[in-house]
Design a protein around this ligand. Structure first.
Ligand code: CDP
Ligand code: MG
Length: 195
């Protein structure tokens, strides 16, 4: 069964949205296997957001495409300049105040959580998603204010990212095993309601 990492970022915690965000994950039947509040160190956040070529390219092209769709000029010279700036702002933001880290487990947990979280830019996130329902920040506004998007949550992008990220925030003994209703109702092929 997949495990995935979620961080409720400083804006989510400061707005008192921790409970409502957690409820979104609980109500689809994901099992909460670890959770803690932490005021992160520079090193933790720096490891968490690895400045890879792939990440910088993805961040650059997503923002550029949105600017172009809106007919705005995108003035960053290349993915390294843009990605580097985003990463610096993100690290400062994530270590600025307490965050809540959680690990969720379930069938296809990584993509399920991404679906519930929504698109990176809150204004483009569909209604019904966490980012879409609780925020409406834009690339244009956040870039013009030289700050990262206030999009409430981090969620691992794929299984490899999830496995690496879980190790940054939790030790093995902090990942709990216990019986959850879905272990029977969804996952046990022999489970049935008595007639
Ligand atoms: O969080 P997500 O996986 O959706 O996005 P990402 O492309 O991996 O970027 C990580 C984080 O960087 C985002 O959640 C934003 O907080 C921030 N970011 C930003 O502030 N401005 C951008 N143009 C791109 C990313
Ligand atoms: Mg990501």
């Amino acid at each position: 069964m997949e495990k995935t990492l979620v961080l409720i970022k400083p804006d989510g915690v400061a707005r008192g949205l921790t409970g409502q965000i957690l409820a979104r994950f609980e109500q689809v039947g994901l099992k909460l296997v670890a959770m803690k509040m932490v005021h992160a160190s520079h090193e933790d956040v720096d490891r968490h957001y690895a400045l890879t070529e792939e990440w910088m390219m993805a961040v650059y092209s997503k923002a550029k495409a949105k600017y172009e769709a809106e007919g705005r000029p995108f003035d960053y010279p290349d993915h390294k300049a843009y990605g580097g700036e985003i990463k610096r702002g993100l690290v400062d933001f994530l270590k600025s105040a307490p965050i809540v880290a959680l690990v969720l487990e379930g069938e296809m947990a990584v993509s399920l959580v991404r679906k519930l979280v929504g698109a990176t830019e809150p204004a483009s996130s569909a209604p019904g998603t966490i980012r879409g329902d609780f925020s409406h920040d834009t690339y244009a506004l956040s870039n013009s204010q030289n700050r990262p998007l206030r999009n409430l949550i981090h969620a691992s992008g794929n299984l490899e990212e999830a496995n690496n990220e879980i190790k940054i925030w939790f030790t093995d003994t902090e990942l709990y095993k216990y019986e959850h209703a879905f272990d029977a109702v969804q996952y046990d092929p022999k489970w049935f309601l008595p007639s």
